[in-house]
Design a protein around this ligand. Structure first.
Ligand code: ADP
Length: 359
């Protein structure tokens, strides 16, 4: 989706893709085949571009550091990426900085388990600190006994993040874009509906009270002061009866910002490219209601998009169908968020998506 806007920003994209039929290759000026975890592939792409940026976290940060030290421009930096790619690092450093996060323990040895579990009223949420996304690596054991055994199992592979299971009123997210010169633009807070650990829908405008919207914005700025990102920083929040807690950040265009393509004066993809290229950031006004629904593969391949849905925009990622895989998204812009949501879900159903709806 960055590739779709790159020409209008005057940027040529060289894409590092794991396969030469990766959807991103169709919008690239040049393609290098290789993985972000491969130092040689990272060196190859850095040697032929003015700036390296990322659209996922599964990259070799040590190589990015070395490349930066050798004079290559990496945005966001490897230091900033440590926050986005390691939930334990993020929780620990956010808590040290006085930012509100859930109560958490980073367990490294079995002996540490009981003392933390003893402080909880209900079984915890158990997470792997790295490598998880879309709910992979997030477990919700039903009992303390099940929690103990899953923590012990995961400890074989490294530290385990164990945190209080919050009673959520809802979840919200926002994007802050940071330029190379620390110029900043905020996008509106959106409601995010999560099912099975995956975002199924985003809604603008949010139902979050204005005071908490201002708090979310303030927290995003404080996070950026600490993390020093360049480009889009997405912040996901838990909304509880005691206020907002930070769930996690991502330092790239994010699923909770896909609605900005049609919903905002400048999309998150354009502003990410502008930020990393050192160009002025675009305005983020979003005057109308906007709903985005993810299209997740079900047991059968998707049906073709029905025609005649003027207000509904379907983005097909042209990825191979697989049950449970995000294959696209639908955005509806309208005057009323509830009506927009109904229309977006009608399209999701017509396509045969297995996206789980709010119950
Ligand atoms: P991922 O990194 O895979 O997106 P998250 O850590 O954001 O995973 O968790 C996915 C979802 O699981 C969250 O959006 C939320 O709905 C639920 N969740 C995660 N942690 C907690 C928690 N401590 N309490 C309650 N729900 C949680």
């Amino acid at each position: 989706m960055m590739g779709e806007v790159a020409p209008s920003v005057g940027i040529d994209l060289v894409v590092l893709a794991e396969r030469d039929d990766d959807p991103a290759t169709s919008v690239a000026a040049e393609v290098i085949v290789g993985a972000g975890t491969d130092p040689a592939a990272l060196r190859a792409i850095a040697s032929c571009v003015e700036v390296v940026t990322l659209d996922h976290e599964l990259v070799d940060r040590a190589t990015l550091s070395t490349l930066a030290a050798a004079g290559h421009r990496i945005a966001p930096s490897a230091g900033a990426l440590a926050f986005a790619s390691d939930k334990a690092w993020q929780r620990h450093h956010f808590a040290l900085a006085g930012l509100p996060v859930p109560r958490v323990a980073i367990i490294e040895r079995e002996e540490q388990i009981e003392s933390f579990l003893a402080t909880l009223a209900s079984p915890p949420v158990v997470k792997t600190p790295t490598g998880g996304y879309d709910g992979r690596g997030v477990l919700f054991p039903d009992t303390f006994e099940a929690a103990r055994s899953v923590i012990v199992e995961l400890l074989a592979h490294g530290p385990v993040l164990v945190e209080e299971h919050l009673d959520l009123i809802g979840e919200v997210a926002l994007l802050l874009v940071v330029g190379r010169d620390d110029s900043r633009v905020l996008y509106p807070v959106v409601d995010t509906i999560q099912r099975d650990g995956m975002c199924s829908e985003t809604r603008h405008p949010t139902v979050l009270p204005l005071l908490l919207v201002r708090e979310a914005e303030d927290l995003a700025h404080r996070i950026a002061d600490l993390v020093e990102p360049v480009g889009v920083m997405a912040v996901e929040f838990f909304w509880t009866k005691t206020g907002l807690l930070i769930n996690e950040i991502a330092l790239r265009p994010h699923n909770t910002g896909h609605w900005t393509i049609e919903g905002c004066a400048t999309s998150q993809f354009e502003n990410h490219l502008r930020a990393v290229a050192g160009l002025p950031l675009g305005p983020t006004d979003a005057p109308r209601a906007s709903v985005m629904v993810n299209i997740v593969g079900g047991p059968e391949p998707l049906r073709p998009a029905p025609s005649g849905h003027g207000d509904v925009v379907y983005h097909d990622y042209r990825k191979a169908w697989r049950p449970g895989r995000k294959l696209g998204h639908v955005t509806v812009i309208g005057d009323d968020v509830t009506a927009a949501s109904v229309q977006a879900w009608e399209m999701a159903v017509a396509l045969g998506a297995a996206t789980r709806r709010e119950s």
